[in-house]
Design a protein around this ligand. Structure first.
Ligand SMILES: *Cc1c(COP(=O)(O)O)cnc(C)c1O
Length: 397
């Protein structure tokens, strides 16, 4: 039977029935190691018992009331995020793109409430990804995502990633903020230089602009820090998060300083579902695990070990693997062959990885993956490399 879904995705012919930690079990009963985690979403793996219990306990009590009433779980989650970060305040959304929309609006309103209505431009970077709404495709700047969808939303000025001179040249009296992923995810696990982020911070301070970090992919322990900004030693004014905070439940949000959020007063912004009791139960359960003493240090340790194993894989398969990059358990394997071929061969070897820009395959295993599971993933990638090499040797030159 042909699919009745609008075909915006070229899906693999593979459906899963169950998940257990780092493992996905297909309809045919085959077990796959999930090193994609639903694109950095399932931070605690599939069906983590503590999260399942929090979600089901809440499901028996109350799902949704709207933001017209107090939501104690949301107050608690906001306090915990604020206590663990630079921020003073939080807001919850259902997705990463909505978190970015909120971040963009917060930065613009910050200037508008001081009478600077024209100060709405935001400097963004080549290779960025910020979501698929009409504003966030303009912010991301990828022509493939923008073309055919009407006029590009105004106010996003794109410069080269890492080019501080270009940033300086792009600043005008209309510039409200700089928006950047400290490590580009979709762009190919490309980390900014710490000195570049420090220079952005200095420019923002000098010109009265806000620094926005998109940590939708890098956040909530993924890079071996609670948020990646800690590792760079650069603090933003506004930070968007999503993916890992929900472990698969649709949840995102923004944290900001009280100063940066000064324009976001009652009635200026809203969401029907964002921060509902089900989502808040899950977010709090995820933080119970991620903020437990030692958990994030373990992510950093396992990330280093995995990176070393991948470097050895590159040494054994230099015709396939070009390089390894990334932080914590957000790692990229750049390939000499088309990355889609590498991802397909990995899938054949029953390990799931995610293609990204710059011919990079992303490895984003659940943060709970054991040393043995991470080693097993590399062993499967090794089989994929061997199969690809055999294919190369068979192909006529
Ligand atoms: C995934 C992602 C988004 C968009 O999140 P959605 O939940 O798909 O809307 C935005 N920014 C970054 C860095 C992402 O990785």
């Amino acid at each position: 039977m042909s699919s009745a879904l609008i075909p915006t995705y070229a899906r693999a012919n593979l459906a899963f029935e169950r998940g257990e930690g780092v493992w996905l079990i297909s309809e045919k009963g085959e077990r796959y190691l999930d090193f994609g985690a639903g694109i950095a979403v399932c931070s605690l793996g599939h069906c983590h018992p503590h999260v399942v219990k929090a979600l089901t306990d809440q499901a028996h009590k109350l799902w949704h009331v709207s933001n017209l009433y107090q939501i104690p779980g949301g107050e608690r989650l906001a306090h915990r995020l604020v206590e663990a970060t630079f921020a003073d305040l939080a807001f919850f959304t259902n997705s990463g793109a909505e978190a970015l929309e909120m971040a963009i609006k917060t930065a613009r309103k910050y200037h508008a409430v001081e009478g600077q209505m024209d100060r709405y431009h935001i400097i963004t970077f080549e290779g960025a990804f910020h979501g698929r709404t009409t504003a966030t495709i303009a912010a991301g700047g990828n022509p493939k995502y923008i073309e055919g969808f009407g006029p590009k939303a105004p106010g996003f000025d794109k410069v080269a990633f890492g080019d501080i001179k270009a940033v300086e040249a792009a600043i005008t009296p209309q510039t409200a903020a700089i928006l950047i992923e400290p490590i580009q995810g979709e762009g190919g696990v490309r980390a900014a230089e710490p000195s570049f982020l420090r220079a952005l911070r200095a420019l923002c301070d000098k010109h009265g602009m806000l620094l926005i970090f998109d940590e939708v992919q890098t956040g909530v322990g993924r890079t071996g820090k609670f948020f990646a900004y800690e590792g760079f030693g650069v603090t933003p004014d506004i930070l968007a998060f999503a993916k890992g905070i929900g472990d698969g439940f649709p949840l995102g949000g923004v944290i900001a300083t009280r100063e940066a959020a000064r324009g976001m007063t009652a009635g200026t912004h809203g969401t029907t579902y964002g921060g509902n009791p089900l989502a808040m139960a899950v977010g709090n359960a995820v933080l119970d695990v991620v903020l437990a003493p030692g958990f994030i240090d373990e992510v950093a340790r396992k990330g280093l070990a995995l990176r070393q194993k991948l470097a050895a894989l590159r040494d054994r398969h230099p015709a396939i693997v070009a390089g390894v990059r990334g932080e914590g358990l957000m790692l990229g394997v750049q390939t000499h062959i088309p990355v889609a071929d590498f991802v397909a061969a990995a899938r054949e070897a029953h390990v799931l990885v995610i293609p990204a820009g710059d011919n990079v395959a992303r490895l984003l295993p659940p943060l709970t993956a054991s040393d043995e599971e991470l080693a097993e993933g590399v062993a499967r990638l090794e089989r994929a490399c061997a199969a690809l090499t055999a294919k190369q040797e068979k192909a006529p030159a």
